[in-house]
Design a protein around this ligand. Structure first.
Ligand code: AR6
Length: 175
């Protein structure tokens, strides 16, 4: 674990995001909020089908979530209160600025809900193919510019040693 401070705490952790105690956890979602693989699948498996049902309801009502956009559901039986579903870019297809947008919008949504803590996975670095360093640089750029109101803690939860090492190196350089 490593922590950084920019008017709020940024904590880098290795582990499983579904076990994190934060007001909101962010999901790496697709536009249809169909949580069939990766961290999305883990969130529904641990939090319960209600997360998938609310997601489907959201898409029925408002249509697919744009790349770079977010949608909120409850968190079922997870420790978090909310899941913020953020749609990252597919690497090589949509641009890195869409990841910047997805991260910023997740933070803004947490502020709108009056939350104090939020946990991110490494959005787009699994099925969507983005290298860890590109994701880490994008995240740290957004974190540097972010001016929090209610939020006092942002966690980044990395799945595995390799991702953690890359994020640690980039965060130490930028944050
Ligand atoms: N906790 C933390 N991180 C995790 C966990 C976990 N339990 N499981 C995987 N990761 P991915 P994407 C890491 O593929 O690339 C889904 O099917 C993983 O190692 O979940 O944005 C969605 O429904 C990787 O570093 O998300 C979309 O269709 C990171 O989480 C699509 O995948 C993100 O990997 C989104 O692809």
């Amino acid at each position: 674990m490593r922590s950084f401070f920019h008017g709020y705490r940024i904590i880098l952790l290795k582990g499983e995001i579904t076990e994190i105690e934060a007001d909101a956890i962010v999901n790496a979602a697709n536009p249809y909020l169909s949580h069939g693989g990766g961290v999305a699948w883990a969130i529904v498996r641990r939090g319960g089908e209600i997360i998938q049902r609310e997601s489907e309801e959201y898409v029925r009502k408002y249509g697919p979530v744009p790349v770079g956009g977010v949608a909120v559901t409850s968190a079922g039986s997870l420790k978090a209160k909310y899941v913020i579903h953020a749609v990252g870019p597919r690497y090589g297809i949509e641009g890195r600025e869409k990841l910047e947008l997805a991260i910023r919008k997740s933070l803004e949504m947490a502020e709108k809900l009056g939350l104090r803590s939020i946990a991110f996975p490494a959005i787009s670095t699994g099925i969507y193919g983005m290298p860890y360093d590109v994701c880490a640089e994008t995240m740290s750029d957004v974190f540097l510019k972010f001016k929090p109101r209610s939020i006092n803690e942002v966690m980044v939860v990395l799945f595995g040693e390799e991702a953690y090492q890359v994020f640690e190196k980039v965060f130490e350089k930028i944050l």
